[in-house]
Design a protein around this ligand. Structure first.
Ligand SMILES: [Zn+2]
Ligand SMILES: [Zn+2]
Length: 355
């Protein structure tokens, strides 16, 4: 039926952020058709605060599709929360509005039998950073009490300053305040990690980062990984995803991921700027191919990496120049930058929705 047959031998749940256009149950078949072993989607429109509830028929269809396509919704699916949910907002009215949308999302997960939910931890904006971290934890505790089983998975971020989760310590601080620790987890985004200043490129750097993760947060909280290469250089604080191998990370990072025992069984989700679902299908197959390469010195790996690095060369040069100019000026990252990054995320999703 499809050229992207789902792997039954991979030890990893490689997959992608999939379109749910036309109904949430379509995300399941869309993921299956491109060979995903795990996947992500939005539970409702990422651009609107309020969306219509699921019909009982749609919920039933989703569950049926999961069964037919052999996805366990408790472990294989990681829906993505709306980017504008900010539970750390010092403006109480806005934080409450965000909380309402979060509860709606978590309710949708539980209706569908989904066990994991990915959330951007938000921003303390002009508030006191630590006070806003506490507020975030309070809202999360409340949300956990109001729901039954879904685990809230906090994603690490690329930015600095008021953005929460740009360092592992922020996430650790919030987790420490969560009463039911079985309901909280962390998603590591490879692009965000690198852009936040944690190098991953060499074997040594890769291991150092995960050691830091293990020491600060602990592997028991690791619930998912977002697989993205980075358009921007190390420490640029820009949330700019790139296709695997074309950015500053390069293929070897993803080969190491495809051999990392700690990541087995977790949803490993692509959010690269692929114009079509088929593009994701190709990347999933490439990840499964990387899993078969036991050595970093493999000739085919070097060849493929060169091919992809060549494709991304111009973009990397442009970003390198922008970053150098920014560093020279010593200017702080403008707010409009992070807004642009979010718009880039959304416009990417728009394209995917069309396909
Ligand atoms: Zn991500
Ligand atoms: Zn991102």
């Amino acid at each position: 039926m499809s050229k992207f047959v789902r792997s039954t031998t991979s030890r990893y749940k490689f997959g992608a952020h999939i379109s749910a256009a036309g109904g949430i149950s379509n995300s399941v078949t869309n993921a299956y058709n491109i060979g995903c072993n795990g996947f992500a989607m939005f539970l409702k429109s990422p651009r609107k605060w309020i969306s219509p509830a699921y019909t009982p028929e749609e919920i039933e269809k989703f569950k049926e599709n999961c069964q037919q396509c052999n996805y366990n919704p408790l472990t294989d699916i990681l829906p993505h929360g709306q980017y504008f949910i900010n539970l750390a907002n010092p403006d109480e009215e806005k934080a409450q509005k965000a909380y309402d949308s979060l509860i709606d999302d978590l309710g949708r997960c539980e209706q569908l039998g989904i066990g994991l939910y990915n959330l951007h931890p938000g921003s303390s904006l002009k508030g006191d950073h630590e006070a806003q971290l506490k507020q975030l934890a309070q809202y999360l505790n409340k949300a956990i009490k109001e729901t039954k089983f879904v685990k809230i998975v906090l994603e690490n971020m690329a930015g600095t300053g008021s953005l929460i989760g740009s360092n592992l310590e922020d996430l650790k601080f919030v987790i420490d305040l969560i009463e039911d620790k079985t309901r909280i987890g962390v998603c590591v985004d490879t692009c965000h990690t690198f852009a936040a200043g944690y190098d991953l490129v060499t074997r040594e750097a890769y291991e150092k980062f995960w050691q830091q993760f293990s020491d600060t947060i602990g592997y028991k909280y690791l619930s998912a990984v977002h697989l993205n290469d980075s358009k921007a250089p190390l420490g640029a604080n820009r949330d700019l995803h790139e296709k695997l191998g074309e950015g500053f990370l390069g293929l070897e990072v993803f080969r190491m991921i495809a051999h990392d025992e700690h990541l087995q069984g977790l949803p490993l989700i692509l959010e690269t700027p692929q114009p079509t679902n088929e593009g994701y299908g190709e990347e999933v197959k490439m990840l499964e191919w990387l899993e078969t390469l036991s050595s970093p010195d493999d000739k085919k790996l070097a060849q493929k990496n060169q091919e992809l690095q060549d494709r991304g060369e111009k973009s990397r040069k442009d970003q390198q120049t922008k970053f150098a100019v920014k560093q020279k000026k010593g200017t702080k990252r403008k707010k409009s930058d992070s807004e642009n990054d979010i718009t880039a995320h959304l416009s990417k999703q728009k394209r995917v929705n069309k396909t």
